[in-house]
Design a protein around this ligand. Structure first.
Ligand SMILES: NC(=O)c1ccc[n+]([C@@H]2O[C@H](COP(=O)([O-])OP(=O)(O)OC[C@H]3O[C@@H](n4cnc5c(N)ncnc54)[C@H](O)[C@@H]3O)[C@@H](O)[C@H]2O)c1
Length: 256
């Protein structure tokens, strides 16, 4: 797909990988829409972009809320008359072990709470489902080709301490494949990205210096990824009409 003049929305794009994607799509002269959970975050991001000469529309949306997601996609079509690329990127972490055991006594001292499980499933799995559903319905309604790019994670293979997150990201990878099979006949491609460990707030805020160094040693290229490296992959998927039904693992060689 040629991106110039196309409408591209990225969920969770006030910060991190999503924000880097907005910049990468804007550099291709696409019309970019910053969406994030609060109006305040959206406004801040839009004005920061504007000060760098990047024009973006801002639309707040909690991806876990069905009505807000329906409204977001209706608004995109109403205000821009198109929907060409939807990157389903919003996500959260609520890490913890399934059960934590006291090393000395052998007693169970903590468990992953249902709330901890459900909050991640709501945003990272249900949020992707709702956004993909509304994006696909909008693209079909407009009768124009589209690309849906769900963001999974290398944790989809099962990362200790991330029962909730790994389950959601495995679900995202599975849905990506099946949506490509369901939607190709409507000229909609679906292909996703499973990033490794990328230097964003999500990773840096939960890792202390020691954990960071340990992880860097495990990454064959010896460093965390950069948000721009994931953003470049999103642009590649959008531009290359042969990419469909794949999850691209962009990790510097690390496996969990
Ligand atoms: N950073 C990494 O190493 C890494 C690795 C693998 C996958 N990912 C995935 O990439 C995506 C982006 O991660 P990031 O590192 O940029 O995280 P981040 O925390 O820096 O940014 C996530 C953004 O999503 C927004 N968000 C959270 N809940 C939301 C909701 N309910 N509705 C709308 N927006 C919401 C946040 O406000 C934030 O702006 C996530 O899906 C994450 O799971 C990140």
């Amino acid at each position: 797909m040629e991106l110039e003049g196309k409408t591209v929305v990225v969920t969770g794009s006030a910060a991190g990988l999503g924000n880097a994607m907005i910049r990468a799509f804007a550099a291709k002269k696409a019309r970019v829409i910053v969406s994030d959970i609060s109006q305040e975050k959206v406004d801040e991001a839009v004005s920061a972009l504007s000060s760098e000469g990047i024009q973006a529309l801002g639309m707040a949306c909690n991806v876990a809320d069905e009505k807000q997601v329906e409204d977001l996609f209706a608004r995109i079509v109403k205000e821009t008359g198109r929907l060409d690329v939807a990157v389903l990127n919003a996500g959260i972490l609520r890490d913890g072990k399934l059960v934590s055991v006291d090393r000395q006594t052998g007693a169970v001292k903590d468990k992953m709470s249902l709330q901890q499980w459900q909050s991640v499933i709501d945003v990272n799995l249900t949020g992707v489902f709702l956004c993909a559903r509304e994006a696909a319905a909008s693209m079909i309604g407009l009768q124009s080709p589209g690309v849906i790019i769900p963001i999974s994670s290398v944790a989809r293979h099962g990362n200790p301490g991330q029962t909730n997150y790994s389950a959601a990201k495995a679900g995202v990878a599975s849905m990506t494949r099946l949506w490509a099979l369901e939607l190709s006949r409507h000229s909609i491609r679906v292909a996703g990205i499973a990033p490794g460990f990328i230097a964003t707030e999500m990773v840096l805020s939960v890792m202390n210096q020691k954990a960071l160094e340990q992880w860097q040693q495990k990454i064959p290229i010896g460093r965390l990824g950069k948000p721009e490296e994931i953003a470049a992959t999103a642009v590649f998927i959008a531009e290359n009409d042969l990419v469909n039904g794949e999850i691209m693992e962009i990790t510097g060689g690390v496996r969990v």
